[in-house]
Write a protein that binds this ligand. Structure first.
Ligand code: AMP
Ligand code: MG
Length: 332
């Protein structure tokens, strides 16, 4: 199949209506979209991504009204959506009967988000129904933040990639489960910081307890240990500036290794070094992370060495993705 990169929402929707999933830009990462009520097209998402059928998909809606057609809402849900939508917050709620088990991996809950990105919103309007959209990459690959990333990973498998430039946040949405409102639970760290949600809800969140078994069907695929991984082995360290590797990693650290700083070091960069945020801003670092990993992956390095972020705000989401991408975590 020939894959075209273009800028026409109408053309993207034309393919959706013909039963073909297409890649659409959101403010988090590029999504591989299908209409919520087209099972045939949704099945193709799973085969294009090579995604196991036990991984549920996120449904994208225009507003609270569209949400209430597919999920049970409460005053707390309404308050959260009024404050955080449109934006990168996904809510896990009890589903209504119209939502297929194919979307929810046989669960009685559904994950729903309301995107900010205007091209994606236009696509929902023109399709006339919500769109399901996991990230537009093959299972366990790094999520795409540009149309070219999608082409590199899914080229030949989908007919159309709608190009909306680089994604603003560059990390997948924060996922909050409200299945038990007495115990709101964070399922995935993301651009909406834990502290911000806790302040809004006026209580501490239960946070992701780390790794889940690859067999369990129920939890968030975003919690799989191996997720977001580049092909090149990635080593995660606390601070790269004066880093001295343990003796058994010395050779790897020096043999054609790329070094990724969070912020610029106080000396000129060497050829093998790059910086996630020239402006010393964690949001900028987060938005550049996946692009940086994808680029380094194509440059033939033998290993990638990255430093962790401070564990606050979006830094938590950044560290979460780095931990899952890491071949070896050498932080102490
Ligand atoms: P992605 O493939 O990156 O778009 O990831 C989709 C995310 O949505 C995964 O991390 C899923 O776990 C999450 N998700 C979708 N539906 C549910 C659900 N019913 N319960 C919990 N997480 C869900
Ligand atoms: Mg994904």
């Amino acid at each position: 199949m020939k894959t075209i990169i273009g800028t026409s929402v109408e053309e993207a929707v034309h393919w959706l209506k013909r039963g073909e999933p297409v890649a659409l830009p959101t403010e988090t990462v590029y999504g591989l979209a299908a209409p919520l009520f087209s099972e045939e097209t949704i099945r193709k998402i799973y085969s294009v991504k090579q995604r196991p059928a036990n991984n549920p998909l996120i449904v994208h809606v225009l507003n609270f009204e569209q949400l209430s057609e597919i999920a049970e809402t409460t005053p707390l849900v309404q308050a959260l959506t009024e404050w955080f939508w449109p934006g990168p917050l996904t809510l896990v709620l009890k589903k209504k009967a119209c939502v297929s088990n194919l979307v929810t991996a046989e669960q009685t809950s559904v994950a729903v988000r309301c995107p900010q990105a205007s091209l994606f919103r236009q696509a929902i309007v023109l399709t006339g129904e919500p769109l399901v959209a996991p990230s537009a990459n093959r299972f366990q690959h790094v999520s795409p933040t540009t149309a070219m990333h999608v082409l590199n990973d899914l080229g030949g498998r989908i007919p159309y990639i709608l190009d909306g430039g680089a994604c603003t946040f560059g990390l997948e949405s924060t996922i909050l489960s409200l299945l038990d409102e007495a115990q709101p639970t964070l399922l995935r760290y993301g651009p909406i910081a834990t502290e911000v949600l806790e302040a809004f809800l006026k209580r501490p969140l239960i946070t992701p307890s780390g790794v889940i078994s690859e067999q369990k069907p129920h939890l968030s695929p975003g919690l799989y240990k191996k997720h977001y991984s580049p092909q090149t082995p990635l080593y995660l360290v606390g601070n790269l500036a004066d880093y001295v590797p343990p003796s058994r990693y010395k050779e790897i650290f020096e043999a054609h290794a790329a070094h990724v700083f969070l912020f610029p070091p106080s000396r000129p960069l060497r050829e093998e070094e790059c910086v996630l945020s020239p402006n010393r801003d964690l949001n900028e670092a987060a938005s550049n992370l996946f692009d940086c990993l994808q680029t380094l992956d194509t440059q033939g390095w033998q290993s990638i060495w990255t430093e962790a972020a401070p564990n606050e705000g979006i830094g938590r989401a950044l560290n979460d993705r780095l931990t899952r991408a890491a071949h070896v975590d050498l932080r102490d």
